[in-house]
Ligand binder design. Sequence first.
Ligand SMILES: *Cc1c(COP(=O)(O)O)cnc(C)c1O
Length: 398
Amino acid sequence: MTQTIYSRRGIPAVVNAAGTLTRLSGGPLAPGVAEAMAEAGQANVDMAELQAHASDVIAAVTGAEAGCVASGAAAGLTLAAAACMAGLEPALMARLPRTGGMKNEVIVARSQRNGYDHAVRAAGARLVEVGLPELQSGAGGRDTEPSDYADAITGRTAAILYVADRWTRPGLEEVVKAARAHEVPVIVDAAAQLPPQQNLRRFVAQGADLVVFSGGKALGGPSGTGLLIGRRRLVMSALLQMLDMDVDGALWNPPARLIDRALLSGVPRHGIGRGFKVSKQDIIGLLTALEHFVAEGDAVRHARWLARCRAILDGIDGQARAVATISGADDTGAIPRLELAFATAQAAMDVARRLLALDPPVHLDTSLAFRGGLAVNPQCLGPTQTGHVAAALRAALA
Ligand SMILES: *Cc1c(COP(=O)(O)O)cnc(C)c1O
């Protein structure tokens, strides 16, 4: 194995065929990102001005009124909830995560509950579950319906949380319609909804008030970054609750196009998101990655990933313990994957375990192992790693 900065420090190597998991350090940095970050680290800048520039770039790319860089999509969710609950009121910002007496309920479909919604609760919000996911029990095919949201909205509702996925029901536009009727903002968790590139604009165009994307997944930015985009007043609130606020009010002069002092009754103190600070390098890194992501386009990205999947499929040819197919091969907006279907969950788990016991361990996407499925996700594999993964798979399948 070639030397890396990790191996020289004695840190074990991993082969990541699992995807852009935070646990495995996220995706590879896009070309030019590391260089831009190194240069960014060499000078000082006013962080509010840097975030205002980021907002301009993000707005142009996404069609949102404004945007900012946070320390991940999860941080973006906490900030989004904080913005929806506290608005532009410094006294309310100061109280978080205590929300007694405030609008503090966030409505979410039962079928969309997941570990990341802890980030919403962390701001002090209480999740109110609605809907019935009937598919899992085999009791039917229905899920949450727009009326379930509408029925749950009360004077205490601060927001609706919508976890976007290709198949999320109901559609976002229907949820927005129910929310708008009561002037309730909709927060969309779109952390892993790139590609397709179109999704950078889609959720905002469909009426979402705030949307979060991970910076360290397909975007190719630093793993410790995320985008929070949406309505200007909400982004302003989120930013005020994240930025360093050790300022003298008499001297504070933030960029008015993003932080309009005229809308504030006072100068907020450090907010609930102060611990989510992002460095100047991280902000420049994510902006560079975003620009590269848009310039590269879905087709080129898809062809690169598909070539990796095909190389590995060719390399394991003839191993009969699993049925191997490439999913998403014909859809340039998808992430193609080499999928292995086993007769039992046990068989899939055995192969996953065998690969993890190698040196270096080979990580596959095991999210469907419970039903006998393993997948090779090509996003984090370099061109020289496909042979290694194919050889390891061939041996594990033999
Ligand atoms: C990855 C992910 C997150 C968290 O994103 P980070 O950028 O790692 O904070 C949140 N929600 C969903 C659905 C995700 O897939």
